[in-house]
Every structure is written in structure tokens, then in C-alpha cells.
Design a protein around this ligand. Sequence first.
Ligand code: MSP
Length: 622
Amino acid sequence: MPKFYLTTPVYYINDVPHIGHAYTTVVADVLARWHRLKGDDVFFLTGLDENSVKTVQAAKERGFDDVQKYSDRMAENWKEVWRALNISNDGFIRTSEERHKKTVKDFFMKVFENGDIYKGEYEGLYCEGCEAFYTEGDLVDGKCPLHKTVPKRVKEENYFFKLSKYQDKILKYIESPDIIQPSSRRSEVISFIKAGLRDTSVSRPNPGWGIPVPVDRDSVIWVWFDALLNYVSGADEKYWPVDLQIVGKDILRFHCIIWPGMLLSAGYKLPRKFLVHGFLTVNGQKISKSLGNAIDPVYIAKKYSSDALRYFLIRDIPLGEDGDFSEEVLVTRLNDELADILGNLVHRVLSFIYTKFNGEVPKPSELNKQDREVISMIESAPSSIGKHIEELNLGAGLREIIKLAKFGNKYFNDSEPWRTIKDDPERCATTLYVCSQLMRSLAIMLVPYLPSTSEKIWKSLGLPGSVHNHKWESAGELALKHGHKIVKPEPLFEKMSNKKLMVKSEEKSQKKQAPSTIKGEDFEKLDIKIGKILEVEHIPKSKKLLKISVDLGGERRTIVAGLAEHYRAEELVGKHVAVVLNMEPVQLMGVKSEGMLLAAEDGEVVSILTIEKSVKPGAKVR
Ligand code: MSP
């Protein structure tokens, strides 16, 4: 059984995951599931990068004195997100774990003892967002090109890694064909190396968090040197080297220059391939907290299903290039492709067999040209679709599966089984026999992309066990025997009717009449202040309500708000929100609510009002 080890980056825990992080992980998950179906011994690793100064700052902002407690809380949060998106990772590594710290210390000592780490003074520009040093030449208008912030000038005694010593070897490695996909990224790395590599600082002053340099407790190991080693600490050594590392374009140089340099120094085999993806924007805008467009993938998955989200991400974002997330396009794909093509095909075929053939796969008779055409498509699909996936063209593979389902609908229509059942029952039986084989084949080939839909189709076909345990190649077989009993089919996808959404918001606007004009003194009656959210708890037995404890500068209040379907508890902690304080207290599900949190509502989307600049809790809103 060949092994296949693939990784995502370890994610920073200064915030909750957004749709961009979900993208990296979904791409990795599709590949992991596909390799399992191919029969590989897969190890799929993901995890968290916890030892950054950003973690310390985030913990402080959210009112945690204990950084480890904050990290533990965030780790649960990230794990929950991956569960909601059906991510099938085999390993989960947190860089604050002991097993990781040990690996990092041992590795550091190995490189140190090789003479590849030395002490020196460094003066440079440090971007805390990137956790990296920049030269003036790297900056755009004096700012970090990624975070658009002015980096801090720092002068430090640091430990340096002799990256320059490995320049030629790294270049040779990166020049080997297919090492980085897409190849444009490979060219980018090659020109960077050719411009000359400088030794890189691998320590920072100890902020009381992170992994201390084994030979100097006043310093911690630079978070990138530390984080990259998750790929060693997170998996059994039998999986080494990594077969595929999936990374975003922003972290290309760390992975394709520093990382191989570190491994060469310590005498490890190098990763076999890097898949570099682009960046997601939301409705054309960069994802950013301040723009408030950091879409929560769990919210989308709950609203439309995790398969619909996965479908959109793979179908519409060209892997390797930048792409745009649009909820509207996602709904269109859900309605027009998942429901109208795939769902419709499965439902009409299985319902027909269920009602007209007593739920049994019918016995075929002589095959005509159209039957043979569908059968030959079933037989060749695993190899042609598998080739796309093998070449990391995930979108092309998915589009071909949908094309096959579309063809299935055409075949069903053209064969007119509703007519032949009366005129030519043998013909009708043959059509449905061929269609049922197509259902089975689609179920298997959809496993990597739509893991829960594929299982639903499998179960509706009345097949035993889980579709996830089948072989990819078996999707090309006509394995359903006539007489096999299927199960009463259920619709696969619920269509999202735009009309329904529009009616809903119209109803709402009619309910609340437009306000007549008010005087300034009327507005003055409202006591609105800025509060900082300290704690958030779910109210037992309520799907909608959260109990929120808010610091209003010298006063703490409990507010009950109907936000549970729109925010996760952890996400709210630390946020500065606008609160109406002189509302009459009300008792909701046994909890007294002493105020109202302001939020904007747009159909299904609810967004709390936060502030643009930092002001103290208790600041008056006028
Ligand atoms: N902690 C480092 C990685 C260390 S790996 C040894 C880090 N973390 S991150 O949380 O900022 O980003 C992790 C991954 O998410 C990266 O691959 C990054 O490209 C990806 N994305 C973050 N924002 C993204 C988008 N807007 N779009 C697509 N992917 C994005 O970097």
C-alpha cells in the first residue's frame, strides 16, 4: 500500500477560521479522500500555529490571562469548524503540544550542532502580521505588501540560520520539474533564490510564550522555524517525506526556501510537491476583519450544507489562481447544478425504480446505441476524471462528474421510460438498469468532493457498508445486480428559492413601518454605549439565544441576544459592540436581559454593530 502524506499549513489562532482558511483545508480534504479511494495509506495532517505573539495579543484582547487557556478554547473552535465541513484529517497538531516542542528543540540542536546556527545582531523591519523580517525593498509605500501596515524597526541579538549555505541545493531542488504547481509559482521562487539568499534570523526575544531557544532561555525560536516543524512532529516518521504540501501563495517562500533549507541542514528528505493556491476575495474585496467580510464557513455550511460549500469552492475557484466567494453564485450552483442536475437525476431514477419496479434494479435486455454510450462513459469515467485529480485539476474533475450526470438526465429524457413502461417494458427495464449503474458510479466518484451526498446516494441504492470504503476504479464497473433492492429515495438537495428569501424580507419590512421623523431630544432618550463582550454562553434548550456578559466601563451587564444562529460564542468574545442600556429589563428563557445589543439584519444575514476605532468600554454613542 503506497503511503501518501499531505498537509495543510498550521493556522494562526488569533482569530476564528474564515472562508479562505476553509478553502485550503477543503482542497486538501478532496485530495486526501481521493488517495484513500485509490488505496493509498493516507496521512492527512492539519493543525494550529499557536506560538505566535499574535496569540498572546489576541488572548489579552479577549480578556484571557492564561494564553494556554485561550489556545485550548480556540483549538476546540477550529476543530469544530473542520467537523462541520466534513474534513477527514488523520492528524491534528497544535504547536503548543509537548510532542511538537520536543521535535523543535531536537531539530534546532541538530542544526546548531552542525554549525548552521550562529549568534549575531540584527536590525530590520519586522511585520507582526507575517511574523517575518522585511527589507526596505520588499515594502510597498513603506508598508508590508500583505498587511498594509508599517513594520516595526527592531534591533536585536538573534540566532541566525545559514540559509545562504544551502542556496545552490535549494535551487537545484526547486528546479526539478513539477515540484511546485502551478509552475508560475516555481519561477517566482527560482528568481528569488537566484537574487541571492541571506541568512535568516531564527530567534526573537522571549515574550513568555513560545519555544525557548535550548541554548538561551532569553530567546524563543522564531515562530516560522517552529511552525514549519509541525510537519515533522505531527506524523509518524513512516510517512516522511511529505508527498504534498498545500499552501497559499502568501506563504510560498517560507515553504519553498526556508523549509527545504532547514531540512537539508538537518539531513531530512525533502517534500515531494507543493500545491500553491491563490487568495479568495469576498464579492471582489480582500477578506479582512475591519471590512467585516470574514465569512464564517460554518454559517454557510449550516445554511446550504457543507457539500454545497465544498462544491462551490472547488467548482468556482480556479485552483492556483485568485477567486471570489459569492453567496449568490453558491446559491445558483446549488439550485442549477446540485439540485437540478445531480439531485434531479438521482431522484427521478430511484423513484422510478421504486414505484414502477417494486424497488428492484430491473433485468436488462438487448442494449441499444444509447445504452452502450452511457455504459462506455461509466467505464471510462474513473480514469479520465482520476487523471484530472491526479494532475491537481480538481475543478475539471468535478465538472466532468456533473457533465456525466447531465448526460444521464438527457439519456433518461430521450429514453422516455414513462412511455416505454407501457409500450416496451423490456426497453424501459434496460434504461433503468443502465441508469442505476450510473447512480452507483456517481456515488463513488463524488466521494472526494461531496462526502455526505455520495453516502446518501449509496444508501438510497440500498448498498451495504459505506461508499467511502470503495475503490475509485470500481466506479467503472456495472456492479449492481438485477433484483437488487433499493431504498425509498429522499431528495438530495433542498433548493434555495431566491423568491422565498425575497418574500421573507418583504414580509419583514412590511411588519415594521418606516419610522416617522424624530427630534434630537427623542434620540437623546436612548442610552447607547460601547461595551466589550467578556463572556458568552449558550442558553440551554434555546437554539437562538446567547447569554452575553458585557463590560460597559465600570459596569457589567447581562444581555440575552438572538445571535446563536449567526455567531459562535467564541467569535463574539472580545468584540466591542453598541448596547442600548435603558431598555426595560426582560426575562428570556429564565435569564434577565438588561439591555439590547444593536445588530443589522439583511434577510438571513445578521451582523452586530462593532466600532471602527478603539474606544474604551462605556463610551457614549450619539
Ligand atoms: N501560520 C501560518 C502558516 C504556518 S505553516 C508552517 C499562516 N497561517 S494563516 O492562518 O494565516 O494562513 C493559513 C492558510 O490560510 C494559508 O495557506 C493561507 O494562504 C490561507 N489563507 C488565509 N487567507 C486566505 C484567503 N483569503 N484566501 C485563501 N487562502 C487564504 O500563514
